[in-house]
Design a protein around this ligand. Sequence first.
Ligand SMILES: C[S@@+](CC[C@H](N)C(=O)[O-])C[C@H]1O[C@@H](n2cnc3c(N)ncnc32)[C@H](O)[C@@H]1O
Length: 472
Amino acid sequence: MIHPSSQQNRLSAEHVEVLCSAISSETGRKFDVTDIEVPFADLCLDPFAVMNVLETVRERTGIELPASLFRDCSSVAEIANKLGATTISAPSGSSISPHGGLVQAAFADIGKLLGKVEDEAGTSNFWSDVHPAQMRLVLAYVNESFARLGSPLSGMAPNTPLSIPPGVLPKHHRVLRGAIFDILKIGGLVERRGDRYVRTSTPVDTTPAEVIYEKLIREHPLHANTHRLLHVTGSRFAECLSGEADPLKLLFGKSKDLLQDFYTNAPMSVVASELLAALLRTVFSKISREQNRAVEILEVGAGLGGTTQFVLDMLVEAGIPFRYVFTDISASFLSAAKARYKDLHPGSIEYLVLDIEKEPPGHLQDRFDAVISTNCIHATKDLIVSCTNARRLVRPGGFFALVEFTTRLYWLDLVFGLLDGWWLFTDDRTHCTTNEAVWKAKLAASGFSDVLWVEGEGGRKPNPQLIIGCTE
Ligand SMILES: C[S@@+](CC[C@H](N)C(=O)[O-])C[C@H]1O[C@@H](n2cnc3c(N)ncnc32)[C@H](O)[C@@H]1O
């Protein structure tokens, strides 16, 4: 029998596929790796159905999964995560086609850099040390918000159904249902019963969020920009939910520099940018040398330019001739970027408004060696539509490189979950951020051939993750 805590007994990607297919047969509905985040509660899996699913998995793979997994986990994604990091992904480079080209070969080496890059950026201990402390702060902000809105969890008797506190704006019901109730569940304060959450008997930690926040900053100063960003909206979460405070103003007013600092200098952002820059450096050094031409790069949703700065610095330092097209849906980011780079790379940078949800103009199609995009595509309605438009920009033999959070971090919901972009998705996602298996399916459906992501030693993955889709 697979024991969830055993390192050797991980589910492979194939095992997850069998599990999905068994669920599909049992429920009579489409269920594949793109559906692994669908809550079991939505699937109406009764105990008999669960037994049948487990029996099918045992027959086809020889693996006996305990039925308790379906009680303790709320989705296949959670089961996959519980049973080990290699569950729903494949090693970087594993899906390289037999004729794998330059990009695919370069990408295969990126996973080897992960350990070093994480050590240098200071993210190696994130999951063991920083994340639990950060989750405690997230839970404290949520508890204090419920209390401020007149529904303190400390005043709820066990078994009381959880409901949305009075006074929360209807548009913010989505962040409560899509994230906050889950945070309370992870904190043990509520449990899921069918499609409801009910209060447990676990007492509320009464340590003030402010005290937890100060401790977090003191003990994990390297991640201070992340904690500060969380503090901006977390400490005013109740007011944001009720409409008394405007999260857009909080984030893009006085705290805009903090936001830019997060995208540029937060250790987790640095890891992703370093990996992306390393890939571009390897591929473009070769192209510019062998083909004696400038490489062409387009950035989608370049925004405050966290990634841009990294990539431009790398290109200049490596002496790679380039043409860079900086784009965003919002023209205001273009003027700020123009001012920022005016002396830096005269003539090599173009600034354009581009909405990746629309088909790009003809003169941009089939043109770029690489299209890159950091923390943007998740905020669009339909990943296949957006990725198809990105593919139209890429020339044959080129690639689309995405940096996206693929492991759920609930602090992001307390910050970005208050903004409309977080909830724009109309495709089959259950949250705007999603895992590698879903990105792989979406990029493949958008016409990309090899889809690869970074996996280091022991199945270690960066978060945000670097994912590429190649064109033939
Ligand atoms: C979270 S910010 C990331 C900014 C930047 N990539 C960075 O890492 O510093 C997301 C950016 O995507 C842009 N964006 C949102 N929807 C877009 C769309 N449909 N097309 C292009 N850009 C979009 C936003 O204006 C914003 O600048």
